[in-house]
Structure formats: C-alpha cells, structure tokens
Design a protein around this ligand. Sequence first.
Ligand code: PHE
Length: 339
Amino acid sequence: MKTKIEEYLREVDDFKADSIEKLEEFRIKFLSKKGLVPALFADFKNVAPEERKEMGQLINKLKGSVQEKIVSIKEGLETSPDVASAHLDLSLPAHAPLGSRHPLSIVRNDIIDIFSRIGFTVSEGPEIEDDFHNFTALNFPPDHPARDMQDTFFIEKDPDIALRTHTSSVQVRVMETTQPPIRTISPGRVFRNEAISARAHCIFHQVEGLYVDTNVSFADLKQTLFYFAKELFGEGTKTRFRPSYFPFTEPSAEMDVSCNICGGKGCNVCKYTGWVEILGCGMVDPNVLESCKIDSKKYTGFAFGMGIERITMLKYQINDLRLFFENDLKFLEQFKASY
Ligand code: PHE
C-alpha cells in the first residue's frame, strides 16, 4: 500500500491541466466516491495495526495534496484570459431590457415634428432669466401680479433674476437677435411657485411658438393652430377660440379642442362640455415687438403657448400629473415611440 500511495503522490505532484474538464477528470479519479482516495480508506481496515499510523498519515497527505492541486490549478485557469474567454459566447444577443421614451418627450417630439413640417425652427434659451426677458419685454406692467412671489421663484433681487415662468423669454431672445421673418417654437422646462397636485406642478414643460412677418393675421394664427390640433389629436378634431388676456398679446385667446375622449359628446375629462382647453394664444402686442427692436408698423405676429403635461394627459388619458415625475417603470413602460 505504501508504494501505491507514494506513486499516487508523485502523480499528483506532476499533474497539470489546461482545462476545467481535465481538472474535473482528475478530481473524479482521486476524490469521487469510487475514486482512489476513498478506495484507500476502504482498504485501511486490512492494514496491520503497527502500520496504521503511518498509512493513515500517508492517505491523508494524499487527499490533502489532491485538494491543494485542484485549488491551485483552478485559480490559474480562472485568471487565464484564454480559458475565461473560451467560456464566453460573445455572439449571444444581449439581455439588457430596452428603455422607452418618457411620455412627455414623446409628445414634445410630436409637437416639434408637426411645427417643423410647416417651417418652424426650434429655439432654446436659459432656464434662469432676468426680469427683462421674462417680464418687462413681454409688456408686463411693473405691478403685474404675475411678478409676485406667489408665482415666481426669484433667485436674486435688484436686479431680479428668476427661474423662467414661461418660454416666452426664449422668443424675446430670438426677436432681439433676428429680424423677421421669424417662425420658431421654444420647448423647455418652466417653473412656477405652485402647490403640487394632480393638476399642477412647480416644474412643468411648455412649447411656445412665435411667427413674425409682414401681414401676419389672426386668420393665420387660427389656421396654423387648427392644423396643429388635427395633426396631434386626429383628423376629426374641431377647435374653438375664446377671448382671453395676456399682457404680451392683443387680442388674446384660449383655444379649445373637441374632447378626444368622448368625441365631443361629454364626459368627465371635458366636464361634460365636449371641449378641453389646450393653449393660450394671440397677436403679438406691438409693445413687445418694439421692446425687441422690431418695427411694429411694418411687422405683425402671432404667438401661442401650451403645457406639454396637459396635452400628454389628454392624449393618453392620464389623470394625475405627478405620475410624470415619479420614475415608476410600470407607468413609463407603457409608452413607446418610434424615435
Ligand atoms: N406664456 C403664456 C403662459 O405661459 C402662454 C402664451 C404664449 C399665451 C403666447 C399667449 C401667447 O401661460
């Protein structure tokens, strides 16, 4: 038995393996239930009592060196790049779950797409604005309530610096630097000091539009927005205009579309009127053009502004605006876009 064990010890010592499979064969040969080490232990009862101590130690030594050998070869194989990559199939398709666009981004892109088709460019501007671009140039009288702390997040006083309350400020910036014809829309984030509820948030998104040229009339405004409503909500959509007030437009209006949920018959979304309000609009006040160094005798223009949240809620029948900001995948995964 002694010579047999010594032979095994030498074999273990000389053993080399370049693959996990060969190493596994080695393990099975020595350590599995029917392997050589258990066989030696089984033979142990036949060993003469005076040799038992020595044989016992030898068998244990063999078992120990087999185990050590396995661990050390395994470590070498795992760190060797060849063998590691041999177990990776790089051609397998990835299993990463696909993300989807946020519903607000889908609708913003839809709106941009619709206006791009009729020649509107996209302009952007800063979210932190001065009083001139957010209010003064837009014909807000000095004591207008919208300048009040109620609505505006001020960052500095004297001179006033605030988070923009609408993207009309971007249009002021465009008019300051560009002479007509101007046809542009400005999508972006806006901020108002409002309590968060199912219908309002202190941060929301707008798309505002501006068209300034010679002979721009209210008929142009109506047709442009009618086209927009039909593109966004579907061919059968009707529009109506109600008189309204904004400091920067005269005359001003609010546009309603026929309720896309009940088709105008009346439901709880349109509060049984058949109509839902989607935007504010009007002819640019000549004072605004003059503030931006555009000749108001030569040029006229129209402007409009809408909240993306509101339009998205209508389009997808979402009844709580807070869902847009919660990052809940169960909600977000329902929206798919082709771009
Ligand atoms: N700026 C207005 C708002 O934020 C929207 C608007 C834009 C209204 C242009 C009329 C014309 O509510």
